[in-house]
Design a protein around this ligand. Sequence first.
Ligand SMILES: Cc1cc2nc3c(=O)[nH]c(=O)nc-3n(C[C@H](O)[C@H](O)[C@H](O)COP(=O)(O)O)c2cc1C
Length: 332
Amino acid sequence: MDLTTSYMGLALKNPFVASASPLSENVDMIRRLEDHGASAVVLFSLFEEQIRHDRDAMEHFMGLGTESFGEALSYFPEVEDYDVGPSQYLELIRRASAAVDVPIIASLNGVTERGWVDFAKDMQAAGAKGIELNVYYIPTEMYRTGTQVEQQYLDVLRAVKKAVTIPVAVKIGPYFSSFAHMAGQLDAAGANALVLFNRFYQPDFDIETRSIVPSLALSKPEELRLPLLWIALLHGRIKASLAATTGVHSSVEAIKYLMAGADVVMSTSALLQQGPPFLSRLVADVSGWMLKKGYTSVTQLRGSMSQQSVPDSTAFVRGNYIRVLESYKART
Ligand SMILES: Cc1cc2nc3c(=O)[nH]c(=O)nc-3n(C[C@H](O)[C@H](O)[C@H](O)COP(=O)(O)O)c2cc1C
């Protein structure tokens, strides 16, 4: 069975990628992910705020701004003790790249285009084969228009693209008034892949303590529907590769995403719950299903259920919605 795929210009042995998660904090775990079949590993995100904090602190420490921050300087550690997020992150890229054969994709999480994006260069120099740029932004300002928000995404992407020669993927959420247009703009701005979708952190309330509960729930398979829809709609219409993230808990979801047109299928929740052997099962189960159905390659499977491939292209949009509602009326 030929499971090979190409993702943002990287030749991968199969379409199963370990997405950004705490599992990648540890090189032994990255090795285990590779051993169980991961064709690439996306590291957890390094945040713009971490890079900025590091640089601000270093500037003060090196004497810039010492007049105004003289007293505060005593709080800074000695240079040799200065072990902060960004340098550790680069070290992880170096060690992981040396430990495994599969590509290591570094993840940058940011929303502005100044003062930190050149860190992408350091990631490339450390051995990252690609960068996943997670633009995790919740626009709450009432004066900002949709166009301004979209421009911000494009500005940060262009700035990162300018800093590196390795491919850059953009991981985004679905909340744009015209997602197809946004995808087209990111494609035109040079995104080598779109990673669909970010699951936005949605805090809960504890009504007894009347406090906000920060919780990050793991996904469920049913959550694949929205990314599935958009991958099926975008397949064949943009140059950028498509990565599916959300809800892959078995071969069924992985096959659906590939049929919709995903170049790779990513997993975090299932890996956190079932550990790296989940990937071995995914490789075996997807291959077994393909064999049974007469497929010989992932290329053959990819996009076979995309909007461009199905006989009724309205099946993904309004036409089918109306049909579904009608069928409920007929039943009652
Ligand atoms: C505990 C946890 C940590 C995560 N950390 C990151 C991260 O650092 N950067 C990122 O882009 N996504 C992060 N994600 C999101 C995942 O990469 C993934 O996109 C999301 O969980 C949906 O995929 P899943 O359904 O396979 O879990 C995290 C998710 C979880 C559950």
